[in-house]
Design a protein. Sequence first.
Length: 440
Amino acid sequence: MRLDTFKVVHWMNVRKMTVGQVAEAAGLGRARLAALLDKPGGDEWPEPEVSALSRALGVEPERLTESGRRDLTVVTRTAAELGETRRPIQRDGIHFYNYYTMAAPPGAVAPVILDILCPAGRVPALNNGHLEPAITVNLGPGDIHGRWGEELTDATWQVIEANGGEDPWIVGDSYLEPSYCPHSYSLASDVPARIVSYTGQSNLAGLLEDVNDWSEPAATELFGWLGSEPSPKALAGLLLARRGHTIDSAAAELGMSGEKLAAALEYGAVEDLRELGWRLGLDDRLLLRRDLRHDDVGKTYMNVAECRRQVRDFFGYRVTSLAGAPHLPDLSGLYLSVRGDAGGDLLEPGETHYLVTGGSLRLDWVTADGGTASRELAADGTAWVAPFVKHRWSGDGSLIKLGSGRHLTYLDLYELTNTYAAAATLRRGRRDGRSWGYDS
């Protein structure tokens, strides 16, 4: 197993253990551990030694090993390579889908492309939904039916249209679906159709992993507190209680009545909430009421006509938005039209996935050593680009660009805006090989 030096040092610092103490607890020679810590890129270790080291630090071995993403900037997959990932799916007694996986690093969430094979006139069998929210786009050429519930209503049974008219680079309708939304698709005619579906990383995944370890009474308390939707007043009550305050006592700190503070929480009186956060150490942004945008099953839709109305120039590219919603701010997408060498450099705060939908394009990017690399991709070629990697597209063709919640997420941005000396903190922490300062 390949150990990551920086992860080992991090956990030594968390446990407040010196090199000698860790080596003794793991039954390793101090010189052996010190040799690892002198290698910035880590080193291959026998599994028994990794297990001993993880026991000494009280963490799972996976928390000490390399991710496989070190210095990774771009991953590409040609149309032929995409075809090699084909997986036929049998459901409801028929050949229901073919799945294909787009380019991504090992172990990462990647968008999938589906051939929709359930015939027109047949109501497709539902799946059970999944934790990860998703953005889905009809790639055409035909329309498809989407289903999102047992009972068929306007919200649960809808045609997702392909673009059969002008602006062919806007290939079809798109929509967002929330966590655990059952869904399925069938053809709307005898014209074949495909979709691209991006089940982006869920920001709830870490919490759910933890809640899985909670007792049943504790989990029941959490669910009861959440109710149908946590209101600003309910959030304030929870956060204030941790600080030994009620609404009334917190209001007294601000020199106002409990009724006035309750009204401020109900109606979003920004100045009062900011003062509450300042006095008691709360992030007042959590106390602002949210306006969400979705239908009765939680999905948010964008049709081709709306896309056309939003067409705009962006750094030399012609773009328009896919479906988006304020309650899923990390899940985003664009249609891009590329013409010649006019497109400028792109730089994204989170990982980005691309699907070439037409024409022939070239992707250029900055490599880990500061040089440049390029790859030619035709229709059905795909690419994954790491966060903050400068890149650009040229040639004549079109793309779908998809982004999701893996660094920087909007939760990361919240945390960074709360962090004292954020840039200095990240610089200090990145590939940090320094012990906590008590080694002789």
